[in-house]
Design a protein around this ligand. Structure first.
Ligand code: MN
Length: 288
């Protein structure tokens, strides 16, 4: 099943070209808070509805989709998790040595929104990625059991400023984690390590891979991450990006297409970008 968030606080089950409103059925009565009703549904166990008869429907084309999880508990990132990206960036190490990093959960935006470029004079790149949505608490789970902790999968852009700061800074600006357009439940993705992934900017394909080329595959990534931090229902893991990252500019459209999941599309707005040298905190206190 494909579960979307629309009209702020409604859960829509995608049925052909329609959304079936399953909000109360899946999440109980609101209000749902900033994490949204899909997050509550996943926390409640994520059972899927058997009968959709009599529920209100709305045309998918008319709905304004939100990020399915507007504020995940945490967003875990996988640095250098494809060999071809390791080569293009001339990184000496991969995820095996780097471990994982965290992105701020306030960086999420939904489909159709704009990524806001923070700086006029620093390169900001797109990274198209498969995202895993955790369904069951995972703590030291073995890889063989890891996929049973997955609620579903979605598309993610890990937007990144190329500068000297720590990854958690460079990837945590507001709007830097487009997510969506919906969550495809795990039962529809029997093998997450065999998905075709494409990412295009301004109509040109920049990235094309199979998730078969992940260094840490999905199960291994969950096992490793859960050996560091407990993963909770509704947490998101960005699995890493293949070769083809590159600068995004004002007016660009970015798309991520993943087999069995769908297409996420966002815009890019550089209208509020400022010079990097004018950022706060640039003055360093000296001894005298
Ligand atoms: Mn990334």
């Amino acid at each position: 099943m494909r579960l979307a968030l629309f009209d702020q606080d409604r859960i829509g089950l995608v049925d052909g070209d329609q959304l079936v409103d399953v909000t109360e059925l899946l999440a109980g009565p609101g209000p749902y808070g900033p994490a949204g009703p899909l997050h509550r549904h996943i926390e409640l166990g994520g059972a899927l509805p058997a009968d959709l008869s009599g529920l209100p429907r709305t045309p998918l084309a008319d709905a304004r989709l939100e990020a399915p999880l507007p504020r995940p508990g945490k967003i875990v990132g996988a640095p250098v998790n494809y060999l071809d990206h390791k080569a293009e960036m001339a990184y000496p190490t991969s995820i095996a040595e780097l471990g994982v990093f965290l992105k701020a959960n306030s960086s999420v935006i939904g489909p159709g929104r704009d990524v806001l470029l923070p700086y006029r004079d620093l390169r900001t790149d797109q990274e198209g990625e498969l995202a895993v949505v955790i369904g069951r608490t995972a703590h030291h789970v073995p890889a063989a059991d890891a996929l049973s902790h997955v609620f579903g999968y979605t598309c993610l852009l890990d937007i990144t400023v190329r500068s000297t700061e720590d990854r958690s800074t460079r990837k945590s600006y507001d709007t830097f984690t487009p997510l969506g357009p919906w969550i495809t439940t795990a039962d529809e993705v029997p093998d997450p390590d065999a998905l075709d992934l494409r990412c295009a900017v301004a109509g040109e394909q920049r990235q094309h891979t199979s998730t078969a080329d992940l260094i840490f595959g999905v199960a291994e990534l969950i096992a490793y991450t859960s050996s560091v931090m407990t993963l909770h229902p509704g947490d998101v893991i960005a699995t890493g990006t293949p070769a083809g990252v590159g600068p995004i500019r004002h007016g660009d459209r970015i798309t991520v297409d993943i087999e069995r999941i769908g297409r996420l599309e966002v815009g890019v707005d550089g209208g509020r970008a400022t010079p990097y040298a004018e950022r706060p905190g640039r003055r360093v206190r000296t001894a005298d």
